[in-house]
Write a protein of this length. Structure first.
Length: 69
Protein backbone atom coordinates (compact mmCIF):
# COMPACT_ATOMS: atom_id res chain seq x y z
CA UNK A 1 0.00 0.00 0.00
CA UNK A 2 2.90 2.34 0.76
CA UNK A 3 4.33 1.84 -2.71
CA UNK A 4 1.00 2.85 -4.31
CA UNK A 5 1.08 6.36 -2.81
CA UNK A 6 4.76 6.86 -3.63
CA UNK A 7 4.07 5.90 -7.26
CA UNK A 8 1.07 8.22 -7.35
CA UNK A 9 3.14 11.15 -6.09
CA UNK A 10 6.01 10.42 -8.49
CA UNK A 11 3.58 10.27 -11.41
CA UNK A 12 2.09 13.68 -10.52
CA UNK A 13 5.37 15.52 -9.99
CA UNK A 14 6.23 16.02 -13.71
CA UNK A 15 2.74 17.34 -14.48
CA UNK A 16 2.81 19.75 -11.57
CA UNK A 17 6.32 20.97 -12.43
CA UNK A 18 5.42 21.57 -16.08
CA UNK A 19 2.30 23.44 -14.96
CA UNK A 20 4.30 25.64 -12.59
CA UNK A 21 6.93 26.38 -15.26
CA UNK A 22 4.18 27.22 -17.77
CA UNK A 23 2.53 29.55 -15.26
CA UNK A 24 5.83 31.30 -14.50
CA UNK A 25 6.62 31.80 -18.19
CA UNK A 26 3.17 33.23 -18.94
CA UNK A 27 3.34 35.46 -15.87
CA UNK A 28 6.70 36.80 -17.03
CA UNK A 29 5.42 37.45 -20.55
CA UNK A 30 2.33 39.28 -19.30
CA UNK A 31 4.34 41.39 -16.85
CA UNK A 32 6.91 42.26 -19.52
CA UNK A 33 4.12 43.31 -21.88
CA UNK A 34 2.55 45.50 -19.20
CA UNK A 35 5.88 47.21 -18.45
CA UNK A 36 6.63 47.70 -22.15
CA UNK A 37 3.20 49.23 -22.81
CA UNK A 38 3.64 51.62 -19.86
CA UNK A 39 7.09 52.66 -21.08
CA UNK A 40 5.76 53.22 -24.60
CA UNK A 41 2.86 55.30 -23.23
CA UNK A 42 5.32 57.44 -21.24
CA UNK A 43 7.50 57.90 -24.32
CA UNK A 44 4.49 58.80 -26.46
CA UNK A 45 3.25 61.31 -23.86
CA UNK A 46 6.68 62.94 -23.72
CA UNK A 47 6.88 63.18 -27.50
CA UNK A 48 3.35 64.59 -27.78
CA UNK A 49 4.09 67.26 -25.17
CA UNK A 50 7.41 68.08 -26.87
CA UNK A 51 5.57 68.61 -30.16
CA UNK A 52 2.81 70.63 -28.51
CA UNK A 53 0.10 68.07 -29.27
CA UNK A 54 -2.79 67.32 -26.93
CA UNK A 55 -2.56 64.18 -24.78
CA UNK A 56 -3.46 60.92 -26.50
CA UNK A 57 -7.07 59.82 -26.00
CA UNK A 58 -7.58 57.35 -23.17
CA UNK A 59 -8.22 53.79 -24.23
CA UNK A 60 -10.42 51.23 -22.58
CA UNK A 61 -9.10 47.79 -21.57
CA UNK A 62 -10.52 46.44 -24.83
CA UNK A 63 -8.15 48.67 -26.75
CA UNK A 64 -10.65 50.96 -28.45
CA UNK A 65 -10.80 54.68 -27.80
CA UNK A 66 -13.42 55.88 -25.32
CA UNK A 67 -15.23 58.20 -27.72
CA UNK A 68 -15.14 55.98 -30.80
CA UNK A 69 -18.31 53.93 -30.57
Amino acid sequence: MDNYWVNAIWSLIPTVLVGVIFWLVLRGIIRADRVERAAYADLEAAERSRLGLPPAPATSPGGSAEGSV
